[in-house]
Design a protein around this ligand. Structure first.
Ligand code: SF4
Length: 552
């Protein structure tokens, strides 16, 4: 019989992440030696959370930005990989100005903390953390995305982005540690759990399994991703939670090898194999290429002999996580990059953006003419849109369906203009638009055939891949789906959106119907009127990758 030993399933090594000290009071050491305790006031906890979510809205980790730059420098990147990477770097630069958040989906606030056993507070820590989140979302040009269930079928926006998801566990000594995340809906939706069996605990079978599952993630959560795979787990929820932490690189200092003690570990060899696999999928950084992922983390956990949970999660292009810490030395927040411009190449930008490769589409003309312009292009064509878009998303689609069912018909604006699935962040004072990137198109798939049969939604603009039903409907009705680069919402607001006006359902806030005037708004033709879908493997045109690489 093995002797008793406590097993920490996720034993982390020392963390040397550069931190900055906040100018915050409200903490003091009482006593000395083993009796010392660190008293922390709620004001310090609230200020830390407030500062964390301010930073998360505007700044990224330097390592993430360096990975975007790596895509630009890699000769194996496709032209579209480089185009997306540069767009995301330029977006980070706009966001770092502190006015436009990096993405219009400013996320669900998630806080995971470990309170050392010699930290003393009055016990209302979760309330103070929530208050810090509230303050940041109130003060900045962020978006309120949280929907409260009023009854089973009715929801109301909470108008402050609360509730935050807060978990406080027990840690060691005089340290209070925090991981703050602002998780976008599209990114959160790409967390998956599979209940498998020992039969796939084999390298070849596992890689085959993962290939299919990773491919099914698609591009809706704005790649390049930080992908996490967790194999094993003492429960389904622990596997999923571990995947989320791994995608935030929070578990990077796990042991590199397993043992018979029952702790988890990081398998860096297998990470490399899975990364190689992702480069072969062909999705690339959204529109074909190598960089579907920046990197991969694989964590192997202990499991019950009769269970094999496998969890997959991603961190998207809004890779928003920041560490916090309160110690006797002060209140600290991870140092994020204040100067993303240093990652943007000083030469060759015109070659990457290659404006001459874009086809200008005039959206000021009647829909039949807009569709004729698009019909002359093939899928994967880069487009530059100028004119009017109608913004409508989830709730409006449901309401318009009800309206049609009542016999009131489709509103003219959906017949006369292309529809852009999006929902803006708050509009900063003096600017025409808040951060305003595309949302996940797939959520609107269920409406497409019905609306297109009524001559609405014949040209759609959003991000991510669509279902076969959308391709079939576009084929049958002469419709098109245009993909916009997902992620660079601040840059789109600054450079491409000239005016924004609410024209219907104003009470829905960010989910209202907006009329938007755009200029040189970048997009790709993804689904055409001839039954072609860029993301359907056989039809993909990969720019900048050799056919050999793609076939292998
Ligand atoms: S980058 Fe894309 S997936 Fe991430 S929060 Fe923004 S819209 Fe959502």
């Amino acid at each position: 019989m093995a002797e008793f030993a406590y097993v920490d399933q996720l034993p982390l090594g020392p963390n040397d992440t550069p931190m900055r000290r906040l100018d915050v009071a409200g903490y003091r050491v009482r006593g000395s030696g083993d009796d010392a305790v660190l008293e922390v006031d709620q004001s310090a906890i609230q200020t830390l959370a407030d500062a964390a979510f301010r930073d998360l809205a505007h700044f990224l980790r330097p390592a993430h930005l360096a990975q975007l730059r790596r895509i630009i420098d890699d000769p194996e990147s496709s032209a579209n990989d480089r185009y997306v990477a540069l767009d995301l770097l330029q977006n980070a630069n706009v966001a770092s100005g502190g006015v436009l958040p990096m993405c219009q989906d400013t996320g669900t606030a998630i806080i995971s903390a470990k309170r050392g056993h010699r930290i003393q507070t009055d016990g209302t820590d979760a309330r103070s953390l929530s208050h810090g989140v509230y303050q940041a979302y109130q003060d900045l040009n962020l978006r309120y995305s949280q929907m409260s269930p009023v009854d089973m079928w009715t929801e109301a926006n909470t108008q402050n982005n609360l509730p935050a998801q807060i978990e406080i566990g027990l840690g060691q000594g005089l340290e209070y540690e925090f991981l703050f995340m602002a998780k976008g809906g599209g990114s959160a939706n790409k967390s998956f759990l599979y209940q498998e069996t020992k039969s796939i605990l084999d390298e070849k079978r596992m890689l085959e399994f993962l290939k299919a599952k990773i491919e099914s993630i698609g591009t809706a959560a704005c790649p390049p991703y930080h992908l996490a795979v967790v194999i094993g787990g003492t429960s389904a929820e622990f596997a999923l939670k571990t995947a989320k932490l791994a995608s935030a690189h929070y578990l990077d200092t796990l042991p590199e090898q397993g043992s018979d003690a029952g702790h988890g570990y990081r398998d860096q060899d297998f990470e490399q194999q899975v990364f190689e696999l992702t480069t072969q999928l062909g999705f690339g950084a959204q529109f074909g290429g190598k960089y579907f992922c920046h990197d991969v983390r694989v964590v192997r956990l202990p499991r019950h002999g009769g269970s094999l949970p496998i969890a997959i999660a991603v961190s998207c292009s809004a890779d928003r996580q920041v560490l916090g810490r309160i110690t006797p030395e002060g209140v600290f927040l991870e140092e994020l990059e204040r100067d993303p411009a240093r990652f943007i190449p000083s030469t060759g930008l015109a070659e990457i953006t290659d404006a001459s490769a874009s086809v200008a589409i005039d959206l000021t003309v009647p829909m039949t003419e807009i569709r004729a312009q698009l019909s002359a292009c093939s899928v994967s064509t880069r487009l530059s849109l100028t004119g009017t878009l109608i913004v409508a998303r989830d709730i409006v689609h449901a309401r318009i369906r009800e309206r049609v069912a009542r016999g009131e018909g489709i509103p003219d604006y959906l017949l006369e203009h292309p529809v852009y699935y999006a929902g803006p962040a708050k509009t900063p004072e003096g600017l025409p638009s808040g951060s305003f990137g595309p949302t996940t198109a797939g959520r609107m798939d269920g409406y497409v055939a019905e609306f297109q049969a009524l001559d609405a939604s014949l040209v759609m603009l959003a991000k991510g891949n669509r279902s076969a039903a959308v391709t079939a409907s576009c084929h049958a009705n002469g419709g098109f789906y245009l993909g916009s680069v997902g992620g660079p919402a601040a840059r789109l607001a600054q450079d491409c959106i000239r005016s924004v006006e609410v024209i219907d359902y104003a009470e829905l806030g960010m989910e209202a119907v907006f009329r938007v005037e755009v200029e040189n708004f970048p997009a790709f033709l993804v689904v055409d009127d001839k039954g072609n879908d860029f993301f359907k493997k056989d039809d993909r045109t990969f720019v900048g990758l050799s056919p050999t690489r793609l076939r292998s």
